[in-house]
Design a protein around this ligand. Structure first.
Ligand code: CA
Length: 511
């Protein structure tokens, strides 16, 4: 079996001084999406879509093949990225919590060191952003069409599609406000491809006449899994809403009886301009009529829902990819590509029908794993890959290291710079720690766990249940080995490692 090191591995801290004048320090373009599974990125081997512009980042830099989040929902991931600390340290445990913007964040530290800083797009942390010279953020989850942006001067509504608009605002800031005397940090943070997966006008008909491959676990029965997998409410079959999620326009009678998130379809449609609504209906109406005519049942209905869901999800990503291309082109045209670090990542992954699910939260691979692509000419070899275990926890220290700024001691990750430089970096972590706290929507039990390169142990402390997966033998995580005698010693070692990580990361006793 895989040996687990039961020693504390000390991570190198960034202590270097800036390499030269401030203007020589690299610009940082951080493109961050919401719920973008690595399984829907071309360079990660996607069998369901293509992302030529994201692949450009990988081709010119490094693809991290074992990148993970620490707490798989939207707002907590953002707080982890900003602070370089786990959720139990930065205080933002779930989507209901409010971010304390007075704690140290890497944008604040970069700003103090002379970077010009901007944040555009999804924020989701409730308090006003701190550490940015310029910011314009979507309220909450934001809207796909004609979204509002909160700015220091008030709230304004932009007309158009959100992914285009976030990019427009990003380029406008670079062209109009960045003074080019100092390096920039631009956090370009998309709403897409978050629920409710509304494609933009350029991609309404993409995939119209093709079938997207289904994942092998679309009809998972959760045998051997802990009770949490049975109790969740995120199944494509039973918990996906026909109108809000699946874009079936309600009939008069259905409109009078809308329940749950389906009630939001009215506001969704009203937000579109007449022209946008006409294009939307032209794309969906005939297909919706055909769906009603077919009167699908059972697995045929699940399969139809999967196709409708995944196509809209991938259409949202197609727009992100186009807009990634716009930013890369802009850097090329301005002669800035050579001195700009470009990072593409997502807050966490997403279930694209695996286990029959949508959404995220669970420590299972589709949700835990994130795309992480880094292009840094002169530092990162083009077309390189790295399989070390890395997390969103590491990004703050990586950016600070790149800028020659020392990381505060409270930060809990490690700079990825040695990995990026392809140096023999010495010891790296052998395991990652995961924690999830939110009880509410989608009914996922709080849990925590440890993952090594081969094994994953998940604890559901509220229920005294465990799951153990051998990801080499069981990559789809359907065979829970927690109670299998043959693996008792592996489980014991992993439990010891989990407890060790809880001490290392300062998890409060009794939590
Ligand atoms: Ca998310």
């Amino acid at each position: 079996m895989h040996l687990i090191l039961l020693i504390t591995v000390s991570m190198p801290l960034a202590t270097a001084e800036p390499d030269g004048p401030r203007g020589d320090r690299p610009n940082i373009l951080f493109i961050y999406t919401d719920d973008h599974s690595a399984a829907a990125v071309g360079c990660y081997g996607s069998v369901i879509n293509q992302t030529p512009h994201m692949d450009r980042i990988a081709a010119g830099g490094m693809r991290f093949d074992n990148a993970f989040c620490t707490n798989g929902i939207c707002a907590p991931c953002r707080a982890v990225v900003l602070t370089g600390t786990h959720s139990h340290v930065n205080g933002l445990m779930d989507n209901g919590d409010v971010f304390d913007g007075s704690q140290p964040t890497f944008p604040q530290l970069l700003q103090q060191s002379g970077y010009e800083t901007a944040l555009i797009g999804k924020w989701h942390l409730k308090t006003d952003p701190t550490g940015f010279d310029h910011w314009a953020v979507l309220p909450g989850q934001g809207d796909y069409y004609n979204p509002d942006f909160i700015t220091p001067e008030g709230t304004v509504r932009d007309q158009g599609y959100v992914t285009d608009l976030v990019t427009d605002r990003s380029i406008n800031w670079l062209e109009g406000e960045w003074d080019r005397e100092q390096p920039f940090l631009l956090m370009c943070q998309h709403k897409a491809p978050h629920r409710s997966w509304m494609p933009g006008p350029d991609h309404l008909d993409l995939y119209a006449d093709v079938d997207i491959p289904e994942p092998p676990t679309l009809f998972d029965d959760y045998a051997t899994r802990a009770s949490a997998a049975h109790d969740q409410e995120m199944e494509i079959d039973r918990h996906m809403y026909l109108h809000y999620d699946l874009k079936i326009e309600p009939t008069e009678q259905e409109r009078a009886e809308l329940a749950g998130p389906d009630r939001w379809i009215k506001g969704m449609r009203e937000r579109l301009t007449p022209e946008q609504l006409a294009a939307w209906d032209a794309a969906f109406r005939d297909r919706n009529d055909a769906f009603r005519e077919a009167n699908l049942q059972g697995r045929d209905l699940v399969r139809w829902k999967y196709q409708r869901y995944i196509k809209n999800y991938l259409r949202c990503i197609a727009s992100v990819d186009d807009n990634v291309g716009r930013l890369l082109d802009w850097l090329d045209e301005q002669g800035l590509a050579e001195n700009t670090i470009v990072v593409y990542s997502s807050d966490q992954g997403f279930f694209l029908g695996e286990h029959g699910w949508y959404d995220k939260r669970f420590m299972y691979e589709p949700s835990l794993r994130t795309p992480l692509l880094v292009r840094w000419p002169g530092t990162v070899a083009a077309g390189s890959t790295e399989d070390a275990l890395v997390q969103n926890l590491d990004l703050a220290q990586t950016f600070l290291d790149a800028a020659g700024v020392e990381s505060p001691d409270r930060m809990q990750g490690a700079s990825l710079r040695p990995l990026l430089e392809g140096r023999n970096q010495g010891p790296w972590r052998d395991s990652i720690y995961y924690e999830y706290f939110e009880e509410g929507i989608h009914n996922v039990q709080p849990h925590r766990g440890v993952r090594t390169d081969r094994w994953k142990l998940i604890e559901y402390p509220g229920r005294g249940e465990w799951e153990l997966f051998d990801m080499h033998e069981d990559p789809h995580e359907v065979n829970n080995l927690a109670k299998v005698a043959e693996h008792a010693e592996t489980r014991r070692q992993l439990e010891a490692e989990l407890r060790r990580l809880q001490v290392v990361y300062g998890v409060p006793d009794g939590s």
